[in-house]
Design a protein around this ligand. Structure first.
Ligand SMILES: [Mg+2]
Length: 172
């Protein structure tokens, strides 16, 4: 089985669009990194997650990925506070049972938390994928609009099953 790590924000739940809208409304510049982190630190994540939209059928598709038997499935998500970690773990655990949930402090790279070697990361942020590949992992970009340039792109999580099958066929 291959180790598969799936990002949460912008891949499973559309927390990005709604949080940036909220920031805009209260006059926070989305490019001001420390203000953005502060906003996320102070956010009521429990309430925020209840109102956020799921992207496509993410939970159903993750269950399909688990059922395929090809992957050891983990959610790997950055957090800005213990409250955010707690809210995310409680929220995800209600929807998914047979997966591992790993929360990573925002200041720590995902590759410092888990062993990326030969593992797949599905992430919407290219910066994470770049570091993942440098650490010997396989990066797959989750994007609803853009086409693949630097990284293979998927817009539905269960497409990872076909992606791995195709890679295996090429390597046979
Ligand atoms: Mg993300």
């Amino acid at each position: 089985m291959k180790n598969l790590y799936i990002d949460f924000d912008g891949v499973i739940m559309d927390t990005i669009t709604s949080s940036y809208q909220m920031m805009q409304e209260i006059g926070i510049d989305g490019k001001d990194y420390s203000k953005v982190v502060n906003f996320y630190k102070n956010l009521d994540w429990k309430e925020f997650l209840e109102e956020a939209d799921e992207i496509h059928d993410a939970y159903k598709e993750i269950n399909c990925i688990v059922d395929s038997g090809y992957f050891n499935v983990n959610i790997l998500t950055h957090v800005t506070s213990l409250g955010e970690a707690e809210a995310k773990i409680n929220f995800i655990r209600k929807k998914l049972h047979e997966i591992t949930i790993i929360t990573v402090p925002k200041s720590i790279d995902k590759t410092k938390m888990v062993n990326a070697k030969n593992a797949i990361l599905i992430d919407d942020y290219s910066g994470n994928l770049k570091k993942w590949i440098e650490a010997g992992g396989i990066g797959v970009k989750f994007a609803l609009k853009e086409k693949g340039k630097e990284y293979p792109v998927i817009d539905h999580l269960e497409q990872i099953i076909d992606f791995v099958n195709e890679v295996n066929e090429v390597n046979v």
